[in-house]
Design a protein around this ligand. Sequence first.
Ligand code: ADP
Length: 394
Amino acid sequence: MSKTVLVINSGSSSIKYALLDPDSGESLASGIVEKIGNPVGTITHKHDGEKFVVEEPVPDHGHGLKEVLRLFEEKGPSLHEANVVAVGHRVVQGGRFFSGPALIDDSVVQTISDLIPLGPLHNPAHLKGINVARELLSEVPHVAVFDTAFFQDLPEEAARYALNREVADKYSIRRYGAHGTSHQFVSQEIAKLTGRDDLKQIVLHLGNGASVSAVVNGHAVDTSMGLTPLEGLMMGSRTGDIDPAAVFHLARVGGMDIEQIDQLFNRESGFKGLVGDNDMREVWKKCEAGDQNAIDAIDIYIHRLLKYVGAYTAVMGGLDALTFTAGIGENDSLVRQRLLDRLAYMGIVYDPKINEIIRDPHPRKISTDDSSVEVFVYPTNEELAIARQAVTFA
Ligand code: ADP
């Protein structure tokens, strides 16, 4: 009988879940509980091509998860019959403590809790999900899979900021990275696809949040997100790299406080702040209509990508494979085209027709055989990556 894993991604007001077969990769069901704590919440459960939506008050995570378990039994697939052997929990911040998945016990819960200062938006919400799931599904192992784990072993030169050592160490300020589960999954899949594990790879995870990683022989050697997911590429609503002195300036001259600056950098910048919209499809529409702010924003986005690809190629001393993944990476052929055209100097050659195929959920190579670097579009699958890691504890 095949085994399944329930994957849970618990946010502050939502719980995303998926039931997967880690061997075949098949998703048997998935769903989301939204607006927890609001007067009316929504639970959307998908199974067998059907979608069930329940609208009702969901006062807390415990209630939300109980409803999800009820939907599994009512609408299918029954968790009892599905042979659930583990529950995998996504955890954003693992600090310096976790370089791989961890079997959740009280001490792991305590460590995730101790890391709240480094992951204030995410870790408290993960803990809510972990605590109720451990109670409700107590008969199977629960496993935490950390977004930071793949970057735990970054070389010191990439992980340490040139910040006063005493202060940095006292406050645990270093580069932890994020999206690690996706970067690890995609780079491993590319190694399998090419039949080579001695690759110098760059993975471009371009979603609403966006990050780049440099991976040599399966090990991450650099990544663009740092202490928090704010650093690096320009994103949907985040600045990415910016001179930290902008903070001093906004405080001194603009009279803004830290909360306002945090909000500005994380939620009101990037495409949202430059164009007024954080969805690339809308940004492109505005470009077509001649909106100069949108045209400039795309230029800034591509410029930043170009800099990271150049920098990481230099860091690795070469590049074998470049892979696009996540919402923009997988779907936006124009972004790929704009970047790849600028990389022609490296000897990168791609097939415009294969690049232009949209809505293709399958991995594909878009470079031509004479390209100096193999270029891929590879759909990320963080749920499957979590399920595969969790099942190793079953
Ligand atoms: P996240 O997980 O960070 O929220 P996703 O990886 O789901 O983000 O990516 C979401 C983004 O992908 C959207 O904001 C949108 O900009 C972009 N996107 C999705 N589909 C397309 C498309 N067909 N063309 C261009 N961009 C797209």
